[in-house]
Design a protein around this ligand. Structure first.
Ligand code: PNW
Length: 452
């Protein structure tokens, strides 16, 4: 059992979570500025105004990644840094920032994997409805074209959009993330459809304006049902649930992934969501299913299911301590089998190579008396999840890369700076970076090319 030689070892972050400099260099406001600057939306009213000050400190951060030995860095671009109003005038200073960062990464031997949209919708476009406005597909194409023309001579790994279920589910349905809406289900499905159309236009723009062959995807996420045993009935039931569209929520993986790969929405979803499904055309579905090159999947957690007497998956009842062990973030119970089944089932169903575009955990990290940050939980977490990927590869899944979330502690959305996911600790009062024990563990593992 071993990882392939050419396996992409990486780490990740996103613009709003680390850059800061929210009103510098000509950047326009985004929906996350508005949301986090509204009292009561984020833990202790934290916001991303300064974050990790990566905008000014990126050379230090790139050096940290180079010493870590990662081959790739998954980063995102701030749309409103590049086009402050979302459409129209391009901000040269914003483009120059990413130009320099990408040159810095390449000089350090690190391949940039660029996500165009990691949740920070330009406020000017949010004011026009954001994903509820069908024009979003054209706005996104305009932005993707500007980016591809400028960066597409050096960047050839792309993700259009990060985690549709979180954007629409948490942002438009539950209202706990920007833009903080609580829309009826029909509007959520409309936003979902517009988002997928935007993805398709993004793929087209990247293919037409970036140079040379491109590797393109969008980053999915879900919470995995995990078969509680290896009895075939339990595996079948959990797999069926994984790809089912029964619940009227946004965490239905197949609702997002089937249209992109197969060009149609899943039958059960069309039936179950009925009149709430927006009107769509064949041309829409052709656009949404513009070919992609790999599945990107952000994998964090899952919970065990068993088949009941009808063969349907039922969550296993557990007593006190449910979900333990867990990260400090309440939904994140430690479930290494989630990454095994996610990679198995996605590679079987979609027949594309899978990249784990995010995986990580938040922990109670602080700088200890000896000046170091000891995080044995994260090392154990990494070891278990990576062993699961190794097993999945041995069992036939085509997994081509892994990106630890995140290189730095950062702005964890509605949880603010309370949750620390980084391989590198950040003191937000001084901006001092301290690599954690897990950073050195991951470094040694990459150097060896796999687990011991
Ligand atoms: C991802 N869930 O979000 C995001 O892509 C990152 O920006 C974020 O920092 C990271 O995971 C950790 O939260 C998620 O509720 C948010 O299952 C919520 C869920 C999953 C992923």
């Amino acid at each position: 059992m071993a990882f392939p030689q050419n396996f992409t070892w990486g780490t990740a972050a996103a613009a709003y979570q680390i850059e800061g400099a929210w009103n510098e260099g000509g950047r326009g406001p985004s929906a996350w500025d508005t949301f986090s600057q509204t009292p009561g939306k984020v833990f202790e009213n934290h916001n991303g105004n300064e974050a990790c000050d990566h905008y000014h400190r990126w050379p230090e951060d790139v050096a940290l990644m180079q010493q870590l030995g990662v081959k790739a860095y998954r980063m995102s671009l701030s749309w409103s840094r590049i086009i402050p109003e979302g459409t129209g005038t391009v901000n040269e200073e914003g483009l120059k920032f990413y130009d320099d960062l990408i040159d810095g990464l390449l000089a350090a031997g690190i391949t940039p994997w660029v996500t165009l949209f990691h949740w920070d919708m330009p406020q000017a476009l949010q004011d026009r409805g954001g994903f509820l406005n069908s024009d979003v597909a054209e706005w996104f194409a305009e932005y993707a074209t500007v980016v591809a023309k400028r960066l597409g001579d050096r960047v050839n790994h792309w993700m259009t959009i990060n985690e549709p279920p979180v954007i629409v589910g948490m942002g438009y349905q539950e209202g706990v993330f920007a833009p903080g809406l609580k829309e009826p289900y029909a509007n959520c499905l409309l936003a979902a459809h517009n988002l997928l159309r935007a993805h398709g236009r993004g793929v087209q723009a990247l293919r037409s304006h970036a140079k040379g062959p491109q590797q393109i995807s969008l980053a999915h996420t879900a919470r995995e049902p995990i078969p509680a045993t290896h009895v075939p009935a339990d595996i079948e039931a959990a797999r069926a649930l994984y790809f089912s569209c029964e619940e009227r929520r946004m965490w239905n993986l197949a609702w997002w992934a089937d249209p992109v790969v197969f060009g149609h929405y899943p039958e059960d979803g069309l039936r179950n969501f009925g009149a709430d499904v927006p009107k769509f055309t064949d041309a829409d579905m052709a656009l949404i299913s513009e070919p992609i090159d790999f599945m990107a999947f952000n994998c964090y957690t899952g919970s065990p299911f068993k088949a009941n007497t009808e063969g349907k998956a039922k969550e296993v009842e557990r007593g006190y301590g449910w979900g333990n062990p867990r990260a400090t973030l309440s939904w994140l119970n430690i479930a290494p089998d989630a990454i095994y089944w996610a990679t198995q089932w996605q590679s079987e169903r979609y027949k594309l190579p899978v990249v784990i575009s995010e995986n990580g955990m938040s922990n109670t990290d602080w700088v200890h008396l000896d000046g170091k940050v000891h995080d044995p939980q994260r090392i154990d977490f990494l070891h278990r999840y990576l062993a699961s990927i190794e097993k999945s590869i041995a069992d036939g899944a085509d997994v081509m890369g892994y990106f630890y979330w995140s290189i730095l502690d950062n702005f964890e959305w509605a949880e603010g700076y309370k949750e620390r996911f980084g391989l590198v600790h950040v003191d937000y009062t001084t901006q001092k970076r301290t690599p954690k024990d897990s950073y050195y563990w991951y470094r040694d593992m990459i150097a060896r090319g796999g687990l011991e």
